[in-house]
Design a protein around this ligand. Structure first.
Ligand code: ADP
Length: 369
């Protein structure tokens, strides 16, 4: 039992940057994720359609003996985009260079990366939608003609010096495919749309990660953690590590169902993956505002958070889970939200009529944003 493990037992409820169910990587994740990443397409669990399509793209490029088509990986954080880029390079037998949109603020930043690639190298460009406009324009030409124009000088005397590049494969990743300009999107030969994982796949990922981490994990405990992982491998792996800490400190290291439940209860991750803040938002919406409609900023004040935190951190999963609807008049709770918190809406509440018979349909008259 290490001091670190003991330390982990004081989850700070006020520290939202440290949410266990956040799909973005924190420092701790980065240390461990390297060891947990599958290294081949076969070992990559789930996303079968993406795997099949990608397998074809890679096989075709090997058959032609040319650099593979550029690939765009689109989907929410934590679903395996970085992992897939590493697999693409490994399957092609090529080195991988990693950079990200925010690091390419000047065209020169991108020119420096592109001009130092070796032939066939795979360039992973994370958060590609956050690249600067100048870098983006340079990338168009580089993707299409394997060439960039380096501008020397300023004003009327400026000259463009063309620079040939080695053929390379760009793997772009984005959480916001809709923000990519059409010309950039069109230059990818293949776009993989990654979706949240089924519970069975998350279960399989947990079993694999537990084996790699040497955690004795009972199948029903794996299923329990899977249910609370929001369909996101990164969240699943993080919950597994916290449950392992609990098992090492409070028990003999084995993770069975009762232990997994006790640990996740301590960390305030409920049976469908809502954490304390998610539930606080729902609770305020239901108890204080009668299920809404209520404006985002009012709701945020009610839970003592910034509007942006509520909007970007809690709402996507609440909407995805069918608990909250964003309507032109404000946020509204659905019958599922009332049920999840074990509350009964007063008559006249939005959806109240639909709430009483449990199987009633959710309101289709509300416009989703
Ligand atoms: P993204 O780049 O989309 O944010 P990552 O590729 O960094 O996501 O994946 C996050 C974590 O989830 C990694 O530790 C990786 O091991 C794990 N992971 C993601 N997808 C899978 C998968 N299909 N099978 C096994 N582990 C996965």
């Amino acid at each position: 039992m290490s001091v670190d493990n003991l330390h982990n037992f004081e989850p700070n409820p006020d520290d939202e940057s440290n949410r266990l169910v956040d799909a973005n990587a924190d420092g701790d994740d980065m240390l461990v994720e390297g060891a947990l990443r599958p290294r081949t397409l076969d070992a990559f669990i789930g996303q079968q359609r993406v795997k099949d399509q990608l397998g074809l793209v890679l096989a075709a490029s090997s058959a032609r003996g040319r650099a593979a088509d550029h690939v765009l990986l689109a989907g929410p954080p934590g679903l395996g985009k970085t992992t897939l880029s590493m697999i693409i390079a490994a399957e092609l037998g090529m080195p991988l260079r990693i950079t990200s949109g925010p690091a390419l603020q000047h065209a020169g930043d991108l020119a420096a990366v592109l001009s130092s690639l070796v032939p066939g190298e795979v360039l992973f460009l994370d958060e590609i939608h956050r690249m600067s406009r100048m870098a983006e324009e340079m990338l168009y030409l580089a993707m299409e003609d394997f060439r960039v124009d380096i501008i020397v000088g300023k004003g009327p005397g400026a000259t463009a010096i063309p620079l040939e590049l080695p053929p390379f494969t760009l793997v772009g990743a984005t959480t916001r495919a809709g923000l990519l300009p059409g010309p950039l999107r069109d230059r990818f030969g293949f776009t993989a749309h990654m979706d949240f994982y089924e519970a069975d796949d998350i279960h399989a990922i947990l079993v694999r990660s537990a084996a790699l981490l040497g955690v004795p994990l009972a199948p029903d405990a794996a299923a329990e953690i899977a249910k609370r992982s929001r369909g996101t491998p990164r969240v699943a792996n993080r919950l597994l590590r916290r449950v392992r800490d609990y098992a090492q400190v409070k028990a003999d290291g084995n993770v069975d169902l009762a232990l997994a439940r006790a640990a996740l209860e301590l960390y305030e991750v409920d049976e469908i993956g809502l954490d304390r803040l998610d539930r606080a938002v729902l609770d305020a919406l239901l108890r204080r505002f009668g299920g809404g409609p209520v404006g985002l900023s009012t709701l945020a004040v009610a839970v003592g958070e910034e509007s942006e935190t509520v909007e970007t951190v809690c709402e996507p999963f609440l909407v995805r889970s069918g608990f909250l609807a964003r309507t032109p008049r404000g946020r509204v709770a659905t019958p599922a939200a009332w049920q999840h918190l074990g509350l009964t809406p007063a008559p006249g509440t939005p959806f109240a009529a639909a709430t009483l018979p449990l199987e009633a349909e959710t309101g289709s008259d509300l416009e989703q944003e």
